[in-house]
Write a protein that binds this ligand. Structure first.
Ligand code: CP
Length: 303
């Protein structure tokens, strides 16, 4: 593995190895000097709380030199191109570049043009992929259920614009999950079923959630929608919000995930977000461990 751009690059063995490594890191097994002398830089063209901070923490916990590239005070504001920015940073001795961009494929474009010393990690590109989110969601689910092939998973919300849904489905399918149901109003379902092979789709959330083992709720991404597509918040919550009545239709130990940030009272009721079945803060904690595993795999692969 030189870059991590999508989860399509990982087969079941590679994905499992990353999750196993993340689990060891989560339980305190991280050698603090593993990445000593290596340099990791985050370059985010879109806002982030969880992904950026956890990459910085992950990198520091493994002993790397870690920098956040401050776009607003950089020479990109003077017109410097993305490739010139990349080559300038490479010349300073960069080892890994963690990139978030609003355009699909931008991390892959940078990976194509990066010098052979640099690993590019996709921290979310447009509606395309968010591979470390897919990994941390799989890790979170696997912590409670090892029989992944028996799971009934529901993903509900703005599937059409969701890079998280795409990476979650890829990770779960690779790990053997067979029953994945995508639920949303018609305008938020995938434009083509071919985008999510092997997944069922429905507009009926009550029906989808019956007997579910895992429900992954998604944020409505206003930044990726035309204004005319915004649903009315109360109406959306009535039909597609996860509240305690709806959660009671799922299995009693159903795990509730959400990548964050959450819109309380729109896609998820506060009592569910903060309730016994919520794994939202476990996802955040697992995010650090997964990003440590990815950095270690790319920059210090096992002998
Ligand atoms: N889940 C996620 O990507 O969150 P941030 O946008 O806060 O990084």
């Amino acid at each position: 593995m030189r870059h991590l751009l999508t989860l399509e690059e990982l087969d079941r063995a590679a994905l499992t190895r990353l999750l196993d490594r993340a689990e060891r890191f989560r339980s305190g097994g991280a050698p603090r000097e593993l990445l000593a002398g290596r340099t990791v830089l985050t370059l985010f063209f879109e806002p982030s709380t969880r992904t950026r901070t956890s990459f910085v923490l992950a990198s520091k916990r493994l002993g790397a030199d870690t920098l956040n590239f401050d776009l607003s005070h950089s020479s990109t504001s003077k017109g410097e191109s993305l490739l010139d920015t990349l080559h300038t940073l490479e010349a300073m001795g960069l080892d890994a570049l963690v990139v978030r961009h609003g355009e699909n494929g931008m991390p892959a474009y940078l990976a194509q043009h990066a010098n052979t010393r640099v690993s590019v990690i996709n921290a979310g590109d447009g509606t395309h992929a968010h591979p470390t989110q897919g990994l941390l969601d799989a890790l979170t689910i696997r912590q409670r259920r090892r029989d992944l092939e028996n799971l009934h998973v529901v993903i509900c919300g703005d599937i059409r614009h969701s890079r998280v849904a795409r990476s979650d489905v890829r990770a779960l399918h690779t790990l053997g999950v067979r029953d994945i149901r995508l639920c949303a109003p018609g305008a938020m379902l995938p434009e083509s079923p071919a985008e999510f092979p092997g997944c069922a789709t429905t507009e009926d959330f009550d029906d989808a959630v019956q007997g579910a083992d895992v429900v992954i709720m998604l944020r409505i991404q206003k930044e990726r929608m035309a204004a005319a597509q915004f649903p009315e918040a109360a109406d959306y919550h009535t039909h597609y919000g996860l509240d305690t009545r709806r959660l009671a239709l799922a299995k009693p130990e159903c795990q509730v995930l959400h990548p964050g940030p959450i819109n309380r009272g729109i896609e998820i009721a506060p009592e569910v977000a903060d309730g016994r079945q919520s794994r939202i803060l476990d996802q955040v904690a697992n995010g650090v461990a997964v990003r440590m595993a990815v950095l270690a795999e790319l920059l210090a692969p096992p002998a």
